[in-house]
Design a protein around this ligand. Structure first.
Ligand SMILES: Cc1cc2nc3c(=O)[nH]c(=O)nc-3n(C[C@H](O)[C@H](O)[C@H](O)COP(=O)(O)OP(=O)(O)OC[C@H]3O[C@@H](n4cnc5c(N)ncnc54)[C@H](O)[C@@H]3O)c2cc1C
Length: 386
């Protein structure tokens, strides 16, 4: 076991750190205030630096690196602005990896190269109004009719909804109940019968598009089937990688909040001295650092072990659950250290707290993650319906 980064990894980390500081930090507050999507030229900048598809195969225009390298990049960007980390997240640990890992050769050739070039964003549509945590209750149906699937149903809270070019949509491919009947289809924006709901107004994630996906007799070519009925587990294992990305967003945000709190506590004076001289503040800083470092180690372990494939599910779940909770606690303490200024929009802490909170809902709630972890530990499945 070696806890040191390689020279190449150090260079990547520094490059992304400097990029985030120089080009994204000055824009973060403006994008947040306007809830603006990240302008196209910034996505292109990430593509030109090889950060999109960093861990997609070289054959399809990626860099062929491991998941860990993508995680290093996401962490550095999220430290400054989660919005700026989103394209790197989506193109390395997002639903494109379902296609990378399980897609046909034709699907890989069609979708992977434009993702690496920053010309295509792919999102995932799983959640439905009546199937959130109980995902396997989903009712979106895809019925084979000749060379096409006819899709009917609705997805909600889809990150990228309306803006992304293609969607990996979880759908029921037969009458079989529960996970057994579920597979995955790639559905492109512009397919007749596919429309979007209004843009979601979330408490955080401002500037990151989100909407419902609506399918009304939407005809999807048969060759767009990426996960066949009965292989729901494959969808979930690919999603475990996304969970590592989710955890890394929390890590980056929390690291950023810790740094803000460290700086502020050495500037702000009360009672004639810097507030970092009070033990209550020191204890909070120490607590924050312990939590951030512990999350970092869990995430790094899960993603180093995933390498160019997929993580061990338990390792991914431990990392996500811990980091989701950690970011709520750390940003809360950072806000407290800032006093009234932390509660003001003139400082970035309240944005970090709002953004950080959402990750413990997205990708499976903290509560559901705990049930999954206990199931792995005990080697038993706990049916939530009985
Ligand atoms: C910022 C954000 C981004 C998202 N992005 C996407 C996306 O890109 N694609 C997508 O498909 N979805 C996305 N989602 C949706 C997300 O996956 C769901 O919101 C999540 O799975 C929870 O479902 P729900 O909102 O219906 O809550 P519910 O399932 O209704 O849960 C409500 C509460 O009950 C608890 N609960 C439910 N069941 C149990 C149980 N058995 N035991 C204990 N507690 C339980 C939950 O933990 C939660 O606290 C996103 C959500 C957010 C907030």
């Amino acid at each position: 076991m070696d806890f040191q980064l390689t020279e190449e990894q150090k260079m990547l980390k520094k490059m992304v750190h400097d990029l985030a500081e120089k080009e994204f930090r000055p824009k973060a507050a403006e994008w947040e205030a306007k809830a603006e999507h990240m302008p196209r030229e910034y996505v292109q900048r990430l593509a030109d630096l090889g950060l999109l598809g960093l861990c997609l195969p070289v054959k399809y225009g990626g860099q062929g690196r491991g998941a860990f390298e993508a995680i290093l990049a996401i962490e550095q960007l999220a430290r400054v602005s989660s919005l700026s980390a989103t394209p790197v997240f989506e193109s390395n640990v997002g639903p494109v990896r379902v296609i990378d890992q399980f897609g046909t050769e034709e699907q890989k050739q069609r979708y992977l190269p434009p993702v690496c070039r920053g010309e295509m964003l792919i999102s995932v549509g799983m959640t439905e109004p009546e199937a959130g945590s109980a995902l396997t209750d989903l009712s979106t149906r895809a019925v084979l009719d000749g060379d096409h699937y006819v899709v009917n149903g609705m997805k909600c809270f889809v990150t990228g909804g309306g803006a992304s070019d293609a969607y990996v949509v979880y759908a029921r491919l037969s009458e079989q109940k529960g996970a057994k009947g579920i597979g995955g289809l790639i559905i492109e924006k512009g397919t007749p019968g596919f429309s979007f709901g209004k843009q979601e107004q979330f408490m955080g994630f401002r500037g990151i598009p989100s909407s419902d996906l609506i399918f009304e007799n939407c005809r999807v070519p048969r060759e767009n089937l990426v996960i066949k009925e009965g292989d729901f587990r494959k969808l979930m294992t690919a999603f475990d990688l996304e969970r590592c990305g989710n955890a890394t967003m929390c890590l980056g945000i929390a690291q950023g909040a810790l740094e803000e709190a460290m700086a502020y506590s050495q500037q702000r004076k009360q009672w004639g001295k810097e507030i970092c001289e009070f033990q209550a503040i020191q204890f909070m800083l120490a607590e924050m650092a312990m939590k951030v470092e512990a999350a970092r180690l869990l995430i790094y372990r899960a993603t180093v072990n995933a390498d160019t494939g997929l993580p061990v599910p338990l390792e991914a779940n431990l990392a996500k659950c811990f980091a989701n909770q950690m970011v709520r606690e750390v940003t809360g303490m950072a806000l407290q250290i800032h006093g009234g200024y932390g509660y003001s929009k003139d400082y970035p802490i309240e944005r970090m707290l709002r953004d950080g909170w959402g990750w413990g809902i997205a990708g499976g709630t903290i509560e559901i993650q705990r049930i999954t972890i206990a199931s792995f530990l005990l080697g038993r499945r706990f049916d939530q319906r009985r």
